[in-house]
Design a protein around this ligand. Structure first.
Ligand code: HEM
Length: 183
């Protein structure tokens, strides 16, 4: 069975080197120099912070969207995908007070998150981790992870700018953007 729990830890050494770390909203995370990603829960955290999340079933994707995503997306670990981004995100209580259909409406009908994101496949590989159901006091709701080739950095920025300007992001109250190289 493939693991669902992943731990992202700031470390003094590791396969991913942090090239930039920016606080986009809310409380900052202590600066990291390297990042380590482990499947499961490591026995001890090697550095100043450690974040965990689980992959899960989709909440919002409709059938036709899933088929389009599956036909275009590629997995993590592609040769040449030496750039990565870890973007932990916390949404506000106003978001979580919405019903499922209201959240879908903001995410897709108002913000075109899925339709927009689709245009960046297969160049950007991604994995979404959920944190909320792990405990009552996880610092973020989502750990988003992306891998891409250096030449596609501009594409990634373009997508991020579009999403950050969308109605969905009015509900983002904490966000840190960590860029890495390595793999
Ligand atoms: C690379 C292209 C992208 C595609 C194709 C894409 C697609 C998706 C899809 C389909 C979902 C919904 C999954 C579900 O049904 O539960 C989702 C959720 C999410 N995506 Fe993206 N995405 C992309 C890029 C991004 C970027 C750049 C960010 C910024 C950090 C981002 C942040 C998120 C977050 C936080 C969620 C969870 C939303 C929630 O459940 O409230 N995505 N994405």
């Amino acid at each position: 069975m493939s693991p669902r729990l992943f731990t992202f830890s700031a470390a003094h050494h590791g396969p991913w080197v942090v090239v930039n770390q920016t606080t986009v909203a809310g409380a900052p995370l202590p600066q990291a120099s390297h990042l380590r990603i482990q499947a499961g829960a490591p026995a001890s955290a090697p550095g100043p912070w450690s974040l965990r999340g689980i992959t899960s079933n989709e909440r919002y994707v409709e059938r036709a969207e899933r088929e389009a995503l599956v036909s275009r997306q590629v997995g993590l670990g592609q040769a040449g995908h030496t750039c990565a981004a870890l973007i932990p995100i916390r949404k506000s209580s106003a978001w979580w007070a919405l019903t499922q259909d209201e959240r879908r409406h903001v995410l897709e009908e108002q913000s075109q998150h899925i339709r927009l994101g689709m245009n960046y496949l297969p160049q950007i590989a991604r994995r979404l981790h959920h944190c909320r159901d792990l405990s009552d006091n996880e610092p973020f709701d989502f750990l988003t992870w992306f891998e891409y080739a250096p030449r596609d950095t501009g594409l990634f920025e373009e997508l991020l700018n579009a999403l950050r300007g969308s109605p969905e992001w009015a509900y983002v109250e904490r966000e840190t953007d960590i860029r890495l190289v390595g793999g």
